[in-house]
Write a protein that binds this ligand. Structure first.
Ligand SMILES: C[S@@+](CC[C@H](N)C(=O)[O-])C[C@H]1O[C@@H](n2cnc3c(N)ncnc32)[C@H](O)[C@@H]1O
Length: 381
């Protein structure tokens, strides 16, 4: 099978996690840039990447990359690319994208020029002047960064964070891809016990369960490329079948979630059931103030407290941070991972984190504050 260049955008701060995932999947020649991981693979890698990657936002096939400072350069080089290798005579090929720090910056003009260039290419190769665009959808995506244009076809459709289990969410859910990144930083394994005492719609415990049981996050959903002529049904079906065989139902993983809001408790139960992990997640209504882990107990606490922007007033959020500092006691076997945008989180919590990591929860710049257990602390020193 022919080698393709694939590119996956990700949230800032998750590039290293995503690159690790890609390598584990068998992606070759992996390169990492801000917010993107690029690699090589065949058509089956496209299916694997869509079905398996937990921290990628989508998977694109790179059709070409070149320098362009004028619309003529953009048009000519776009028209030279072999679009017909993927897009058929009746298929739809809308164009969208973005430009940063480049001479070509007008989105509507770039869109129009790229579209016209692809049409010009098709006029030559298909010997036609009109294209019905009634067939499968091939979303063309362009990105221009410092005058370097990259042109891709999106194979994913609705973003990869849409796993299919969270039709309902509470007011301030964390994105599934960032939750999966936190699960990775916390080294959740098949034998881990995970806690989230402010679970909202349950994203962190559900992502932890999916990882621990080796359930592919995209196993239950469809992807845009499944409608493409080059992807005979078996390619996605084979990867899905293999993924089903790789689920580790015997892993002893358990998660304990709680929230003060009964609606959130209900949501977490419903979402866990949709994700197929309800038997691994116990949910109850409880106040953070009553949280405790027995000193001899092993556990990983992952939590995304209210920020005081969308949900509670800042002072109420700060009170919660102080309470967290009291109930998340330093312990032999327990570690704590808390994501917050608050600049003074550590002061309010009462202890300096062992490690911090900048992450973006949507547009909100946050930090993941990591408090290791005793073994990890001595190992990481
Ligand atoms: C930002 S949301 C968590 C969102 C969650 N990570 C998700 O993906 O849906 C914060 C949650 O903390 C809960 N909460 C606020 N105060 C609490 C308290 N004192 N004890 C327990 N939960 C609390 C809220 O009800 C809310 O569901």
């Amino acid at each position: 099978m022919k080698k393709l260049t694939l590119a996956c955008p990700c949230l800032f701060g998750l590039e290293s996690v995503l690159a690790f995932e890609v390598r584990k999947l068998g992606g070759e020649n992996v390169t990492v840039t801000d917010g993107r991981v690029t690699f090589e693979g065949d058509l089956s890698m496209v299916a694997k990447a869509n079905i398996w990657l937990r921290t990628a936002e989508r998977v694109g096939i790179v059709i070409g990359s070149f320098k362009a400072e004028t619309f003529t350069e953009l048009f000519d080089q776009t028209a030279e690319l072999p679009w017909e290798e993927f897009i058929g005579i009746e298929d739809q090929f809308p164009v969208k994208g973005s430009s940063i720090n480049s001479k070509l910056f007008s989105m509507s003009d770039c869109q129009r020029i790229i579209k016209r260039a692809i049409v010009r290419r098709f006029e030559k190769v298909y010997h036609k002047e009109q294209f019905s665009e009634t067939g499968a959808l091939y979303q063309v995506q362009y990105s221009i960064h410092k005058d370097i244009v990259t042109l891709m076809l999106d194979t994913t459709g609705a973003g990869l964070h849409k796993r299919g289990y969270r039709a309902n969410s509470n007011e301030a859910p964390i994105k599934e891809t960032i939750a999966a990144g936190i699960v990775d930083f916390a080294r959740v394994r098949g034998d881990s016990t995970v806690y989230d005492p402010m679970c909202g719609s349950g994203t962190l415990v559900i992502e932890a369960a999916l990882k621990a049981l080796n359930i592919a996050p995209g196993i239950r959903r469809r992807f845009a490329a499944q409608n493409w002529a080059c992807f005979q049904n078996y390619i996605f079906n084979d990867v899905r079948k293999e993924a089903n065989e790789q689920v580790r139902r015997d892993a002893p993983f358990m998660a304990y979630a709680a929230d003060i809001d009964p609606h959130a408790v209900q949501l977490t139960m419903e979402n866990a059931a949709k994700a197929g992990v309800a038997s691994r997640i116990r949910v109850r209504r409880a106040d953070l103030a009553d949280f405790h882990i027995e000193p001899e107990q092993k556990g990983i606490v992952l939590t995304n407290p209210p920020y005081g922007e969308r949900m509670l007033a800042v002072s109420e959020a700060e009170t919660l941070y102080r309470t967290m500092g009291e109930v998340f006691v330093p312990a032999e076997h327990a570690s704590y991972y808390i994501i917050s945008p608050h600049e003074e989180f550590e002061e309010l919590f009462g202890r300096k984190a062992d490690r911090r990591r900048k992450l973006y929860n949507g547009m909100i710049k946050c930090q993941l504050f990591m408090y290791f257990n005793k073994d990890e602390r001595s190992f990481k020193k």
